[in-house]
Design a protein around this ligand. Structure first.
Ligand code: SF4
Length: 300
């Protein structure tokens, strides 16, 4: 076994700190939990499993980890790669084989998007397996950048502010889904996966290209980050600092019954955000209208 480099150890520490913080912030895992970690063979899920195992080794509470992989019978899926890896690292695991690939190909006409049926089928199998193994948590490998891409997809194409929560009750109400990588950047995860030389399984075996709109958003976020370093982190932080009274959703804030209290003497500057630049006094100054008469004007 090769000794990890100093930079890999440092990166792992950084990832563990962020994952530990997300777990604590959202009370994701407690004593006695069984966490079913969904492992697809991609960089994110390998990182999630590896970091959760490292955290469990030093956690003050005891919890069970079961790695789970769904073999969807996609052409060329190397069925032996994950079992070999999971055996090697000595984690309890369950491989579920269900030919969802054929179902999707059968039901969806050629050229139409297959992802929604495919993920619905996959979700059902994951929830069922979680119940079978007695899992109290289903851990998914979505990270900070996935969450932000989803936010912008929903804003740009769905007209709503909605991302991916770090913790949620599953659709069937029987499971709790957690996303411990919610604070981790994709770049750090990719670096970590390279450093650990995880046996990555390609993610395009089903023949479907990744959603073009998501690709565009990803490119937009990357460009922003290149021009304004720190912007992505600021956006991610904003998801944890929501002020319903300064948005416009009457279901979250009772705008209809909002009243003033002249006696209080308190000032409330609309849009007053701590740290945000306020308009200068000048911009509130009354505008002086200067009329200029042009000698050529027919009105002159
Ligand atoms: S990309 Fe392929 S495997 Fe992934 S959800 Fe879409 S159809 Fe399913």
């Amino acid at each position: 076994m090769t000794t990890p480099s100093k930079s890999c150890i440092k990166l792992e520490k950084w990832l563990l700190r962020q994952i530990g913080k997300a777990i604590a912030d959202y009370n994701m895992i407690g004593a006695g939990d069984t966490v079913m970690v969904c492992v697809s063979g991609g960089k994110d899920s390998y990182t999630l499993l590896s970091c959760l195992l490292a955290l469990r080794a030093r956690a003050p509470v005891d919890f069970r980890i079961v790695a789970m992989n769904l073999d969807q019978r996609q052409p060329g899926f190397p069925a032996d790669v994950l079992p070999a890896y999971l055996e090697k690292i000595g984690v309890e695991y369950r491989i579920v084989t269900e030919d969802t690939y054929s179902i999707v190909k059968d039901k969806i006409p050629e050229g139409k998007t297959t992802c929604s049926l495919c993920s619905r089928l996959r979700r059902g199998i994951i929830y069922r397996t979680a119940c079978e193994i007695g899992a109290t948590r289903i851990a998914l490998g979505h990270h900070r950048d996935d969450i932000l891409e989803t936010l912008f997809l929903n804003m740009f194409f769905g007209g709503r502010i909605k991302a991916m929560p770090p913790k949620l009750k599953s659709d069937d109400g029987r499971n709790v889904v957690i996303r411990p990588l919610a604070y981790c950047s994709e770049t750090d995860i990719a670096r970590y996966a390279r450093a650990k030389a995880f046996p990555i399984i390609p993610c395009n075996l089903c023949g479907t290209q990744e959603n073009a709109q998501r690709q565009q958003i990803k490119a937009m976020l990357r460009e922003w980050e290149a021009h304004f370093p720190g912007r992505i982190e600021s956006l991610a932080t904003s998801l944890r600092n929501v002020t319903p009274s300064h948005l416009g959703d009457s279901r979250l804030f009772d705008f209809a019954h909002l009243t003033g209290n002249p006696a209080s003497g308190e000032e409330d500057l609309e849009g007053d955000v701590p740290g945000a630049q306020q308009p200068s006094q000048k911009s509130f100054a009354p505008i002086r209208v200067i009329r200029v008469r042009s000698p050529q004007s027919p009105m002159a």
